[in-house]
Design a protein around this ligand. Sequence first.
Ligand code: FES
Ligand code: FES
Length: 151
Amino acid sequence: MTVVNTIRVNGVDHEIPANWQAKRLLDYLRTELKLVGVKEGCGEGDCGACTVLVDGEPMCSCLLLSGVVGGREVTTIEGLPREYLDKFSSACETHGGVQCGFCTGGVAVMSSWMKNGGTETGVEPVSKLLEGNICRCGGYQQLTNAIADIN
Ligand code: FES
Ligand code: FES
């Protein structure tokens, strides 16, 4: 079996060092690549703070080993288009969707996935798809409204 040890992160190719192959993608992104918009909440796949896109699909980076994503394309909040982030942040401001901000990176990644065809537009599907993103400040309705506004 051929081991692919490069990944494309936010449009840039990286060689995954051997000592990172069996470690979590979450740690590789935050520690090696300094992409600290990816947060660790639960570390168990339940809170969504660590959400990234892998080949365009949302996944919890705390549940993936770096070596497993070899050859694939990863997008973090830092890699989302500037224009989209500006819209997202302005909608969050309008609707009061950001409080402490800990969940925001994962929510922004989910929101961009919805925008790119991950769901139908409208409040109901957005709230359903945000079920995997825990906001400990309890801003679900505000976030749902903000995302529905821009998607
Ligand atoms: S840190 Fe990955 S889902 Fe909570
Ligand atoms: S704004 Fe604080 S966790 Fe969501």
